[in-house]
Design a protein around this ligand. Structure first.
Ligand code: TTP
Ligand code: MG
Length: 534
């Protein structure tokens, strides 16, 4: 008999605030918000209780809540480090390390194997004479280790740990339902370990796929968890606006509603619930308006079907990219200035994500890729990219940062930029993205590093003329140097139109209105936020 996966979704509560509180516990008692550029990217729950909202404009929040404390959150290194630490910590508890990271503050845990192992123990109890009626199983010891029977926790299986997304505990308290009950206790345990040892609260969702677990987890916050049994999934989803279903963005929603209502029906907004959309549309309409793959996928999501499994996030990112967007860049001087600034952040990120604490490289990107977006294609339009070998000077510890930056910009990014614009006489750029990709494991220390680079990279002789300064700062030092760089970032998967399988470290995009960094897939929703505010 095939069994459903058991998936736990975790989302750290008021994440940037929690990190700030971690370093300054005094903040826990007061209402405060984290500022990035002109916006409050998040606020703690004390502030939320007073009415402060995430993504409020700073000027409005300060006016409305004069006592609100503002913490500058443009230095992302602490959030990034905390995010990584929590990810590793959670991953250590999950068999096979089946944990996927989404951005800084969300994790998906596939705990199916752990549940099945413990289900087998329950079955043994049954064989030993316990009734399957769980009231007669006083306390169950959930094993967290296959080898060591003493590692685990006790739980009462007659009840679900946490909230129910909807409905009651199913009558049929066996099979997958019982596996979800076990999952709820496991989720509770994992969250309590994270809180007890790392000091971070989280909101959890438990269900049979990522979308259901994530949607359920968002219903009771903070520091709570919610279980969604499959038989109630449709009822649960039906009440949501389709835009609230994970992975359905503003643009897709709008395309679907246009297709359903054809013209601008005034009832349109009211009728955007999953229930209405399911009844007014059909799969073919979705496919016709969104294309075969997206149409099918989104239609399935509205029915609680999400076959995308948990993809464990690799330790080393497959690529690192930094980008920024602009109202208009029309001169080479402007482009060069921006590319130099982005390169500085890119080097910082490479040091943080690809270097261990001894200063040894864990991964060597092989390729440099420059992407741009022109005003003519619009803020959501397609990008043009060009790639070349990444100059090996970026790994140098004997050249100054300034020297490396100038080298990189003049020998790599600017030539790539000329290729992108081709023979265009004038250009108007709204987005620049610099990325290092094809990250390979470096050769072992005993092998010759020059032979590794020899195949692709040539460090020109004139590099030797660069004045030798102290080595580029290592990870620890860099973290401290982040302050004031003014390159706020965000890490989320890139849009589908980019040829990226998975990217841990994309920085998302800057909103052209407020400058706030937003993950690409959320940008449309964020723009809508501005539209509504205006
Ligand atoms: P969220 O999980 O959306 O928010 P949160 O963790 O602060 O609050 P909640 O308790 O509701 O989960 O985002 C995680 C962090 O990402 C958040 O702390 C700040 C940052 N962020 C941005 O920088 N820009 C954004 O537009 C959003 C939504 C979040
Ligand atoms: Mg959160």
């Amino acid at each position: 008999m095939s069994r459903c996966p058991i998936i736990i979704a975790l989302d750290w509560d008021a994440f940037y605030c929690s990190v700030e509180e971690h370093f300054n516990p005094e903040l826990k008692k007061i209402a405060f918000a984290v500022q990035q550029k002109q916006i409050i990217c998040t606020c703690n729950y004390v502030a939320r209780a007073q009415g402060v909202k995430k993504l409020q404009r700073l000027v409005d929040a300060v006016k409305q809540f004069p006592g609100l404390v503002i913490v500058n959150g443009e230095d992302l290194s602490r959030y990034r480090d905390a995010s990584k630490e929590l990810w590793y910590f959670a991953r250590d508890m999950v068999w096979g390390g089946k944990v996927e990271r989404l951005g800084f503050d969300e994790l998906f845990l596939d705990v199916t194997d752990m549940i099945d192992f413990n289900m087998a123990l329950l079955d043994n109890l049954h064989v030993a004479g316990y009734s399957r009626n769980l009231h007669s199983v006083p306390s169950f010891f959930f094993r967290m280790s296959q080898e060591d029977p003493s590692v685990g926790f006790s739980c009462q299986l007659e009840s679900v740990a946490g909230n129910l997304a909807t409905g009651s505990i199913p009558e049929d308290f066996e099979g997958d339902n019982l596996r979800l009950v076990l999952g709820s206790h496991l989720c509770q345990y994992i969250r309590s370990q994270i809180l007890g040892i790392k000091g971070y609260t989280s909101s959890g969702g438990v269900s049979i796929n990522k979308t259901l677990a994530k949607t359920a987890g968002a219903t009771h916050k903070p520091n709570q968890q919610t279980v969604l049994f499959p038989e109630f999934a449709q009822d649960f989803l039906d009440k949501f606006d389709i835009g609230k279903i994970p992975w359905i963005g503003h643009k897709s929603k709008s395309v679907i509603l246009d297709a359903i209502y054809k013209n601008h029906d005034p009832d349109r907004a009211r009728d955007a619930t999953v229930f209405n959309v399911r009844h007014l549309a059909n799969k073919q309409l979705f496919i016709n308006s969104l294309g075969q793959s997206s149409g099918e996928k989104l239609w399935d999501l509205l029915h609680g079907v999400d076959p995308t499994g948990v993809q464990p996030t690799p330790d080393i990112p497959t690529q690192i990219s930094i980008e920024d967007s602009f109202r208009s860049l029309t001169s080479l001087i402007e482009v060069r200035t921006v590319l130099r600034r982005l390169s500085n952040s890119l080097l910082d990120r490479m040091h943080i994500d690809l270097m261990d604490s001894n200063g040894d490289w864990l991964g060597h990107p092989q390729t440099a890729r420059l992407s741009t977006r022109s005003r003519s294609t619009g803020y959501y339009g397609s990008r043009s990219s060009r790639s070349d070998s990444l100059p090996s000077i970026v790994f140098s510890s004997s050249h100054s940062r300034d020297y490396i930056l100038d080298y990189l910009v003049d020998r790599c990014w600017m030539p790539l930029f000329s290729k992108v614009i081709g023979d265009m006489k004038a250009f108007d750029i709204v987005l620049l993205n610099v990325a290092v990709v094809n990250i390979e494991k470096p050769p072992s220390k005993s092998s010759d590093i020059t032979s590794f680079f020899g195949k692709k990279h040539h460090v020109n002789n004139d590099i030797k003329d660069g004045h030798i300064e102290e080595p580029i700062a290592k990870r620890g030092k860099l973290a401290g140097e982040y302050a004031g760089l003014g390159e706020p970032g965000f890490e989320f998967p890139l849009q589908e139109d980019e040829d990226v399988i998975y990217e841990e470290c994309s920085y998302g995009e800057s909103c052209v209105v407020c400058g706030q960094r937003i993950m690409s897939f959320a940008l449309e929703a964020h723009m809508r936020f501005h539209e509504l505010a205006e």
